[in-house]
Design a binder for this molecule. Structure first.
Ligand SMILES: [Zn+2]
Length: 363
C-alpha cells in the first residue's frame, strides 16, 4: 500500500493534507556567507554579529546574504513556534529540503514534528557543489544512490529517522550543471528508480562567472531523468517561479507550459521574499509575488494545475516571522486568498496544495 514517509514514521497519503513542498525548518547556509562576503569594510564587520531587527532591515533591503547568524535556523523551539503559525492557518505538512552540507537535522525535525503535530518529510541528496561534503567527490553515482536508498529505507545515520523524498539536488555553475552536480542528479535518478519516491532539483539558470543565462537548463535535467529511466512524473522542479517576470523571459507562461507538457511538476516555491522584489540578485531580477501568481493563474486557466505546487523556501532568519519575515504561513495567509480573488477555483487550489504533493510524496 502506498505511504508517505515522515520523520515520525509512515502515514497514509490521505493524511498529508495541505503541504508546503519546499521549506527549511532547520538549515545552515553558512557556506553562502563565505561566497558572498562583502568587499566594504563597514559591511564585513556585520558578518559575524548576532542578528538584530535593525540589521534585518539592512539584510533584507540590501538583498544581502552574508551574516552567519542569519544563515542558521538551528533552534528547534523557535522552529516549532514558526511552524505552529502555519498550522494555525490550516497547513498540515512540510517538506524540509535541507541536506548534508547545509545543516540537515533529522532528529531536530522529529522534535519539531512532535512539538507541533506537523507532518515533516526529511530529504536525502546533496545541494550545490560548493556545499558538498568531501566524500561526495570520491563516490560514483551508484555509491551515492546507495547512500540515498539507505537513508530512505533504513534511516539517516543512527538517528532512526528515514528520509521521504530526494532533493533539492542543486545545480550552480557552469550551467546547466557542474560535473559533480550532474553525478548527484544521476544518483538521484537511480535512487528514485529503485524506491519510487519523489525527487527535486534546484535549477541553474545563470552562470555568474561568464554572465550567461540559460533558460533551457530544466530541459537538460529532464533529458537526464529520461536517459536514466527515472519517473518524470515524480520530479518537481524547485524555484520554477524565479523566472516569472517579463524582464527575464518574454513568455513565462509558455515556458512553464512547455515544461509541464514534458510531465514534470513545477514548484512555485519562493513566495514571500518580497524584499527581493524588483532588485537584481545574483545577476537576475527577482519576480514579485504578483508576477509569480499571474503565471499560476494563467496555468490554471489552461487547466495545468495538476503540475503546479506552492511553497516559500524559508531558509534565513530574516524570512521568519520573529524577524519580520513572511514566515511559513505566508502561502495560507496571503497567496491562496489572492489566487482565489483572481479566479482560481477551490478545487484547483486543493489540487495544487493537497493532491499534487500527495501524488509526489506517495510511494
Ligand atoms: Zn531550498
Amino acid at each position: 500500500m502506498a505511504k508517505v514517509r515522515t520523520v515520525l514514521g509512515d502515514i497514509a497519503p490521505a493524511d498529508l493534507g495541505v503541504t508546503l513542498t519546499h521549506e527549511h525548518v532547520l538549515i545552515d547556509l553558512s557556506f553562502i556567507c563565505d561566497v558572498m562576503a562583502p568587499q566594504e569594510d563597514s559591511l564585513r564587520g556585520l558578518m559575524t554579529r548576532p542578528v538584530t531587527m535593525e540589521m534585518m532591515t539592512l539584510l533584507r533591503r540590501g538583498v544581502r546574504k552574508f551574516n552567519y547568524d542569519d544563515a542558521v535556523l538551528g533552534d528547534t523551539e523557535l522552529a516549532a513556534k514558526e511552524v505552529a503559525e502555519y498550522l494555525r492557518f490550516g497547513g498540515r505538512s512540510i517538506i524540509d529540503h535541507s541536506l548534508p552540507g547545509i545543516g540537515r537535522d533529522p532528529a531536530g525535525l522529529a522534535m519539531v514534528s512532535r512539538a507541533t503535530g506537523a507532518n515533516i518529510v526529511c530529504s536525502t541528496g546533496w545541494y550545490v557543489v560548493a556545499s558538498h561534503p568531501s566524500y561526495v567527490k570520491r563516490k560514483s553515482p551508484d555509491e551515492l544512490a546507495e547512500i540515498m536508498v539507505r537513508e530512505l529505507e533504513v534511516g539517516v545515520g543512527d538517528t532512526g529517522v528515514r528520509a521521504g523524498v530526494i532533493g533539492e539536488c542543486a545545480c550552480s555553475s557552469p550551467i546547466p550543471f557542474h560535473p559533480e552536480e550532474k553525478k548527484v542528479l544521476r544518483a538521484a535518478c537511480r535512487a528514485q528508480k529503485q524506491t519510487g519516491v519523489g525527487f527535486s532539483c534546484h535549477p541553474a539558470y545563470a552562470d555568474r562567472k561568464n554572465e550567461r543565462y540559460e533558460l533551457d537548463s530544466p530541459f537538460a535535467y529532464i533529458e537526464l531523468i529520461e536517459s536514466e529511466g527515472a519517473d518524470v512524473e515524480k520530479f518537481f522542479l524547485s524555484h520554477s517561479d524565479v523566472i516569472c517576470h517579463p524582464g527575464f523571459l518574454r513568455d513565462p507562461v509558455g515556458h512553464a507550459s512547455k515544461l509541464i507538457e514534458r510531465g514534470i511538476t513545477l514548484n512555485f516555491d519562493t513566495f514571500g521574499q518580497d524584499h527581493f522584489d524588483d532588485y537584481v540578485f545574483m545577476g537576475a531580477r527577482h519576480p514579485s509575488d504578483s508576477e509569480r501568481m499571474m503565471v499560476i493563474v494563467e496555468l490554471c486557466r489552461r487547466g495545468q494545475e495538476k503540475n503546479v505546487m506552492i511553497s516559500q523556501d524559508v531558509c534565513w532568519k530574516h524570512m521568519l516571522k520573529k524577524y519580520g519575515g513572511a514566515g511559513y504561513s505566508h502561502t495560507m495567509e496571503h497567496i491562496l486568498p489572492t489566487l482565489r480573488y483572481h479566479g482560481v477555483t477551490e478545487k484547483q487550489i486543493r489540487t495544487m496544495t493537497v493532491g499534487n504533493p500527495k501524488r509526489i510524496l506517495s510511494f
